[in-house]
Design a protein around this ligand. Sequence first.
Ligand SMILES: [Zn+2]
Length: 499
Amino acid sequence: MSRKMLIKPFASIEAAALAPHSWRRRQVLRAGASTLVLALAGPKLAHASSVLGVRVWPARDYTRVTIESDQPLQNANQLLQGPDRLVVDLSGIDLDQALRDLVSKIAPNDPQIQSVRIGQYQPHVVRMVFDLKGSVKPQVFTLGPIGSYKYRLVFDLYPAVAPDPLMDLLAQTERKQEALDRANPNPAVPPPATLSGPATAQKPGTPDSTDEFFQKYAQGDAPAETAPKPSVKPQRAPTPPPVIAKKDDDDQYTFSAPKQAGTTRLLTVAIDPGHGGEDPGAIGGQGTYEKHIALDIAKKLRAKIDAQPNMRAMMTRDADFFVPLNVRVQKAQRVSADLFVSIHADAFTSPDARGSSVFALSEHGASSAAARWMAAKENASDQVGGINVKSQDASVNRALFDMSTTAQIRDSMRYGSFVLNEIGGINKLHKGSVEQAGFAVLKAPDIPSILVETAFISNPDEEARLNDDAYRDKMANAIMKGIKRYFAANPPLAKSRMT
Ligand SMILES: [Zn+2]
């Protein structure tokens, strides 16, 4: 095969016309039986960067545009007003079909971008103009090769006014809170000593002491399990709050903690679907993406939580976009979540690995080599998903990650045990106990936090299960039951109203 034949199908017309004879060095990579990819290198050929992919991840939080290339792309950008637009000049590159495709990749409902215009501005300089729907705060940064990605140039377009998870949640659950207030007009009836013993845990009209919830107290583990934790939540009321427990038709317990004297608050669960956007997570042999599985189970869990009269869910992401690990933690803290659950379906080096796992944070090293390996893999999400390490937020929030407490870990282990127990009813367990390792996403110092590996996507049988809607529903159900059991055994403390 002659050189000409090799080059012809892949080089853009412009590039071929501009410098056909200056291509001194070519690398031909075999990327498949019939596919050849040309990569051009050499100092005189700097303009010949190839675009390998253009991706757009629209979301309310921010819209990301990624341009992936075989060499780092030089860029200059300028934010202009009247109308709002971001002008970007990419140098060392010629307009090709991959870049042109960006135009059609902007969805009409993109929260930030109205449209994009693209053209060959000068020789080897491509100009892109993002017409914006409003004022944005762009972050433009580059990422080096990692995983299957080559060089990425990233445009994160944040709305000037960021959506606030707390305000969103309050708006969504205002009526529910009112209904709960009406249902519990005066929950402060039991004396404050409620949590110190079994007898006082009852209030008029509550189920008798044969109920599991009250048996817990009678078994004498109540003081340790339910005592207030000033070291964890020092800003909250020092007096143990009264707790109301009711048994419904479904043989499930409902319980609620007072918000302030005389009112009852909704219990908030932060649900964190792992990965997203540029970070696909693990990919199964049949092409199943962990990020999609995680999001679906999370949505199912959200629906179950929101169906409870006394609970509400906040999702760290509810679409296919990347959320940095510390932002996931911040969102949970912003809504003062009572619990945090991160949902995953990871791969292992061996396709034989199977079974579900539940992880909590560890204070002194991982509980096993596999747990350490898994935490390292999950923590790499920020590199694959791509964070701007130079941004102020990143450095400010790194400090947060060193504030984990023993109390949080102790509560997370209890919470994890309840969830693991329920998951054991629907899938084989990878290990019979909650494992521990340094997962960055579990580091909210004041929120019991667990990470559930719902199954191994790398195991063909388990990948098939993960693709089964009924299994995903069972998984969401098991997590839900574990959460309810944890709340019943460890009633959350009173929190001040969040508004
Ligand atoms: Zn994962």
